[in-house]
Design a protein around this ligand. Sequence first.
Ligand code: PFF
Length: 495
Amino acid sequence: MLQRQHWPSRWVFILAAIGSAAGLGNLWRFPFLAYEHGGAAFILVLVLANIVIGIPLLILEIGLGQMMQRAAPDAMGKIRKGFRYLGWLAITLGMMVLFYYMAVMSWSVNYFASAFTLAWGDDTVNFFLGDILNLSGGVNDIGGISWPVLSGLLFAWALVYFSVWKGVQSVSKVVVWTATLPFVILAILIVRALTLEGAGEGVSLFLVPNWSSLANPDLWIAAFSQVFFSLSLAFGIMIAYGSFNPKQTEITMSAVWVAVGNFLVSFMSGLVVFGTLGYMATQQGVPVTEAVTGGPALVFMIFPLAISLLPAFNALIAVLFFGMLLTLAIDSAFSLLEAFSAAFRDRYAAAPTKKIALLISLVGIAGGLLFTTHAGLYFLDIADHFIVNYGLVIMGILETVIVGWAWKGNKLLEFVNKTSTVKLGVSWNIAIKYITPIFLTILLIINLKNEFVTPYEGYPIWALVYIGALPIILSPFIAVLLDRLTTRKQAAVEE
Ligand code: PFF
C-alpha cells in the first residue's frame, strides 16, 4: 500500500490554503464591493461573515478531509456511501471554474509580459479589448481564436501543471513563494499608492463608513457571498488540502489563520486600488467616483492607465503589479486542479501523480478554448455568473446539510476539538446546521427570481442556457460518470 502524501508542516498547509483563498476576488471584487456597499460598514459585515460562516465552513472542510484522509468524493463517501457523488459534484463544478479562471490567468500572463515596456501605451481600453482579447461585437459573434489569449493560456497551464505535477510535494514548494509574495508586493504598492497626490480621497471612498447601508439587505448578501467565493469553499479544495494533513494537525486556529490571511490580502488590495484611483482621478481632474470600477475592467484597463500616469518607476510598478496578479491567481488555479487530481489519486493509488495531473490539464486546456475565442469575455462573464450564483450556492447547501443533518452525532466536531486547544461548542453546530444553509437558500431564491425577471446582463437566452445553465444541469451526471469510471480500480491508500 502506498503512503498518503502529507504537507511538510502545518504552516505550509496554511500557506497553501491562503494561496487558494487569496486570488482575483480579493483584488478586483472586494475593493469594489466595499465601495458600493458603504465602505467600512461593508468591511465590518465582511468580518462578521467570516466569523459566522467563513471560519465554521473552513473548519468543516478541512476537518472532513483530515478526518477521512481523502479528497472530497471519498471523504463524503465515508459519511455515507451515496454522498460520494456530492464530492464529485463539488470538484466537477470547481473544474468548470478552472476552465475560465485560467483564461483570466492567460490575460495576466500577457499583461505581465507587456509590463516591462508598458506595451499598452495610452489607449489601455483598446489594448485589452482589441490587441489582447480581439473582442467581438457580441456573444453571437464567436469569431476565431485570439492568439495572445491562446498562447497565454498554454503558458499559464504549463505553470499550473508544473506546480502540481508531483502533487503535495511540488505544491508545498510553490506555495511558500506564491502565497507570501503577494503580501510583500502589496506592502510596496501600498507605500507607493498612499504617498501619491489624491490618494486620500480615493481611500476615503473605500474606508469611510456609511452606516445607513447596514439597513440595505444587498450589503449583507454581498458580504456573505463574497466570503464563500473568497475562501474557496464548496469546490472540494479545502477538503483535499485538509486530507494532506496528518490526522492530529491543529484545525481550528489554522482555519482562523487562513481567514485572517485572506482578509489581509483583500484589505491591502483595497488600499492599493483606491489610493491609485484617487491619484488617477486627481491627474485627470475628474471625481474619483468616475474612475471606480471592479472586475477585469479595473485590473486590465483602469490600472494600466493609472500606472502609466505615475510620476516615476512606471515599468517597475507595472511588473510588480502584474507579477502579483500572477502569484495571486496561480495558487487559486492549481488548488482547483489539485482538488480534482487528489480525488483521482484516491482511486488510482498506483498511478503516477504526473500522469493524472497531465490528463486533467489537457482536459482543462480543452475546456478553456471556449474562452479564447473572440467572444471569450462574454462567455466568461456568463459562466462565472452561473457557477458562482448557483453551483457554489447549491453545493454549499448540500455540504452543510450532509454534515449538519444527515451525519448523526457530533463526530466531526469531536474530531476537530481533539486537535485543538480552542474548543468549539454548540455555536459551530448552529453555523453549520442553520445559519449557512438558511442564508444560502434565501440567496438561491433571490438569485433565481432575479434570473427570471431580467436575463443576466441582457445576454441572448441561448447563451445563458448553453454556457450558463446547461453545465450546471449536466454537472450531476458528470459527477456520477466520474465515479463510475473510477470505481472499479479503487485501491486503498494507507492513512
Ligand atoms: N478564492 C479565489 C478568489 O477569491 O479569487 C477564487 C477561487 C478559487 C474561488 C478557487 C473558488 C475556488 F474554488
